[in-house]
Design a protein around this ligand. Structure first.
Ligand code: HEC
Ligand code: HEC
Length: 351
């Protein structure tokens, strides 16, 4: 009983917080959007509605130091974090035109080096229980070390990066303001980037729907959401990120890798971290917010379209086959997860 009360209290706080995110992130939204805010729904009604949902609205953005957010944004876009000043985090995670990903099957790193897995979006990455497909980084701070020193990504060494940034008077001042006296360290860089990444949250129409505004989704989108629940997608894609909170085998109901062929080390997934045979072919279930904007799909980038990704999930994760109509409805639902950042809808470049 106590536990339930705690859970209900937590949901209430979450619901209240989510109102804040929405208001906070869309200050200049058109009037018709403001009018659709679920203001009339009481907090207790919202809570009761949420208790029945496997998916949860975005929690309030954590309290972030705006100076660190802005320093982190600058570092994220700075190619001096790479060995030859050509690649920044944004090269593979374009937050302006690629919804935080790169639109490639496999990423292109320094000197055209081809990566081994598909780049996930950085939007909402602060909500993941672990980072990377195999979960090898526990936190965003820990994650940053990966690409900077990875020979296929940015190929740099920290002392070189720090020497370069130390020659930039603006950086020296900005680091001092945020982190106090003393020279720039890798920890300061990773901290600022992680703080910036935590600001990359994207409230969507679906959040407004969950919070009680039933007009926020069309009938077809609601039907798609119903199918998403009924078919069991929510067994793995759940919570605030609609994923991002567990590892699962790719190919639970059929042999995905056997059918695809050409098995690589990266396909071993979580096993590469734990060396436990039971973790072979297990991956972090990706969050599905903004998923319609970030093709291609899966760790191997093997599904070019959302249709293909959904049919693959049906076959290999659920042992099912969907009609075109069902796939179309699920896609409509997934598109309602496309969110806003800085008060603007996220975009995918049309090239
Ligand atoms: C060359 C392309 C490339 C560059 C440059 C790059 N990344 Fe990535 N990023 C990737 C790929 C590919 C993955 C997935 C790797 C994996 O899971 O093994 C990834 C994963 C991530 C993740 C984990 C997301 C998740 O859902 O697990 C975060 C966060 C991230 N990158 C942030 C950054 C930051 C910060 C930088 C700059 C310091 C950066 N990336 C630079 C390609 C890149
Ligand atoms: C048994 C767990 C499980 C179930 C059930 C499941 N998924 Fe997944 N989903 C995963 C895993 C694991 C991945 C990542 C697989 C990979 O990268 O190889 C994934 C990936 C995806 C992706 C690609 C996301 C991206 O960014 O690459 C989409 C889209 C998706 N799932 C949609 C669905 C839909 C729709 C359903 C229901 C029809 C569903 N999933 C059911 C575990 C599951």
């Amino acid at each position: 009983m106590k536990k339930q009360l705690f859970y209900a209290g937590w949901l209430l706080a979450l619901a209240a917080g989510s109102f804040c995110v929405w208001r906070f992130s869309a200050p200049s939204a058109p009037a018709q959007k403001q009018a659709a805010l679920p203001a009339a729904t009481s907090a207790s009604e919202t809570m009761v509605a949420l208790l029945n949902e496997p998916l949860l609205p975005l929690p309030a953005m954590p309290d972030l130091d705006p100076r660190k957010v802005s320093l982190g944004r600058r570092l994220f876009h700075d190619p001096r974090l790479s060995k030859n000043n050509t690649i920044s985090c944004a090269s593979c995670h374009n937050i302006q035109t690629m919804a935080g990903a790169d639109g490639r099957k496999l990423s292109l790193g320094i000197e055209g080096a081809l990566g081994k897995v598909n780049a996930p979006t950085v939007f909402n990455s602060g909500l993941n229980f672990k980072q990377f497909w195999d979960g090898r980084a526990a936190t965003l701070e820990e994650q940053v070390h990966g690409p900077v020193t990875n020979s296929l990504e940015m190929g740099a060494q920290w002392p070189d990066v720090i020497a370069k940034l130390g020659q930039d008077a603006d950086y020296v001042t900005e680091f001092k303001t945020s982190y106090g006296e003393g020279s720039i360290t890798p920890d300061m860089i990773t901290d600022a980037i992680a703080v910036f990444e935590r600001s990359l949250v994207t409230p969507s129409r679906f959040d407004r729907y969950l919070l009680g505004d039933k007009t926020a989704l069309t009938q077809r989108e609601q039907e798609g959401y119903r199918l998403f629940k009924e078919h069991g997608c929510v067994a793995c894609h759940q919570g605030v990120s609609i994923g991002g909170n567990m590892f699962q085998t790719m190919g639970k109901m059929a042999d995905y890798f056997g059918d695809r062929g050409n098995i690589t080390e990266s396909d071993m997934g979580r096993f590469n971290v734990t060396k436990d045979d039971r973790d072979k072919y297990k991956f972090k279930v990706p969050g599905l917010r903004n998923v319609a904007l970030t093709p291609p799909y899966f760790h191997d980038g093997n599904a070019a379209t959302l249709e293909e990704a959904i049919q693959t999930m049906a076959k290999y994760q659920l042992g099912a086959a969907f009609t075109d109509e069902e796939v179309g409805l699920i896609i409509e639902f997934l598109k309602s997860l496309n969110g806003e950042y800085d008060g603007k809808p996220l975009e995918k470049s049309s090239e």
